[in-house]
Design a protein around this ligand. Structure first.
Ligand SMILES: NC(=O)c1ccc[n+]([C@@H]2O[C@H](COP(=O)([O-])OP(=O)(O)OC[C@H]3O[C@@H](n4cnc5c(N)ncnc54)[C@H](O)[C@@H]3O)[C@@H](O)[C@H]2O)c1
Length: 386
């Protein structure tokens, strides 16, 4: 009889957009990475039985539940993955940590800094590992940028110029879905997408020192959302309701290292679909990443001879590039969903080796501290120390 392999058994709460991305990652990860542990997809949870049972079959789960407490009560489940909207993160994540589970949580971890702190405290008290889905760190080109910075290829860092631009609610008739309601989402573009560029800023330049920012709402009334009919949309009703979150978030930042940055996140950049781009300038060179061309990293080496100065385009698809060797031969590109596979591969490997996954709940809390500082700066009009 062979030795049975160690297994990490997962229960997933929420099965729509992120639920689908995470399910795909759990399903695929062992097919591309040689992991020290198998991932078992035991239970998916949602409140609507017909929909969650269909999702279980389609996404590859052994079974389903309609109450998350059943998932927490299952002694076989090691990991509880919180992929619901922000208003239920605190309740589910705190209960999961108290039940002794490993907590994987979507970003931002809470709707408020208070929620995030409670989740962080419960996870730390539970003494189990955690992971937070800031997946863009795991794009090979971003991981390459991190490597190059650590190797000193850019020298001292001066600037980050980060934008995350979308346009999916630019139509004033787009309905009031949960993402536009403060009680459900906590904030708008700010927590949803500025949180991602904050994570990239922290990952690549280190901790924030202080921020000053502006949150703005262009369209203050929208048709109420009828029946949800796809993951971001809904049929519009004829009644209207108030938009209680920001449509756009802009801020300036100083980093503890002395670097400075600008951050802009909006859902009103007409024509931009998921334009998550940063440029970092250092004394020895510059790098540019854009999610819409996510397999590429632009690199300007200021130490090249002046007659060949210019940005070069690195295809981060070579076996020597981070993550790339787990997939295809050089030039055979990967996509959005692979960032989640890479994140899960790293988290499972860390857990199997008794290490803390990265990013984890502390990154979630530190991210939320920056989000909160920008919100306070918007209210007070001044600089806020992070
Ligand atoms: N990492 C990323 O890039 C990324 C992208 C999108 C969303 N998110 C985050 O993921 C989370 C979920 O967003 P989404 O886009 O998947 O939302 P969604 O609306 O597509 O799906 C939410 C799911 O949660 C379920 N749900 C809601 N309340 C529940 C409860 N109390 N118990 C059980 N199930 C419940 C819904 O039925 C649905 O299945 C949010 O925190 C969001 O900010 C992260």
């Amino acid at each position: 009889m062979g030795m049975s392999r160690p297994t990490l058994t997962v229960g997933l709460i929420g099965y729509q957009f992120m639920g689908k991305a995470h399910s795909n990652a759990y399903r695929q990860v062992g097919r591309f990475f040689d992991l020290p542990m198998d991932v078992r997809m035991k239970t998916v949870c949602g409140r609507n039985e017909a929909a969650v049972s269909k999702a279980a079959g389609q996404l590859g789960w052994e079974g389903y539940e309609t109450d998350y407490r059943k998932v927490l009560d299952d002694p076989e489940i090691d990991v509880v993955d919180v992929s619901t909207p922000g208003d239920s993160h605190r309740e589910i994540a705190v209960a999961a940590a108290k039940a002794g589970k490993i907590v994987f949580c979507e970003k931002p971890i809470g709707n408020t800094l208070g929620d995030a702190q409670e989740i962080y405290d419960a996870v730390v008290a539970g003494g189990r590992p955690s992971a937070v889905f800031h997946n863009y760190r795991k794009a090979p080109a971003v991981a390459l940028a991190k490597q190059m910075i650590e190797e000193g290829k850019l020298g001292r860092l001066y600037h980050i110029r980060a934008v995350y631009l979308q346009d999916w609610i630019a139509d004033p008739k787009f309905p009031l879905v949960w993402r536009l309601q403060k009680d459900k989402a906590g904030s708008g573009a700010h927590g949803d997408i500025a949180s991602h560029i904050i994570d990239l800023g922290r990952h690549l330049l280190g901790e924030f020192d202080s921020v000053t920012g502006l949150l703005h709402t262009f369209i203050k009334q929208r048709p109420l959302a009828g029946e949800i009919d796809d993951r971001l949309g809904a049929a519009a009703s004829t009644d209207t309701g108030e938009v209680t979150v920001d449509d756009a978030s802009l801020f300036l930042a100083k980093f503890k290292s002395g670097a400075i940055g600008t951050f802009e996140a909006t859902r009103f950049a007409v024509g931009r679909k998921n334009h998550n781009r940063f440029e970092i300038n250092g004394e020895k060179g510059s790098i540019v990443f854009n999610l819409e061309r996510m397999n590429e990293l632009e690199y300007y080496n200021n130490e090249d001879p002046a007659n060949v100065h210019g940005f070069r385009l690195i295809q981060a698809t070579d076996g020597g590039h981070p993550y790339a060797g787990h997939y295809w031969p050089a030039g055979h590109i990967i996509g959005y969903e692979h960032t989640f596979i890479n994140l899960v591969a790293d988290a499972v490997t860390a857990i199997a080796n008794g290490k803390s996954p990265s990013p984890n709940i502390e990154d979630g809390l530190r991210n939320q501290i920056v989000l909160d500082a920008v919100e306070r700066s918007n209210a007070s009009g001044g600089w806020i120390t992070v």
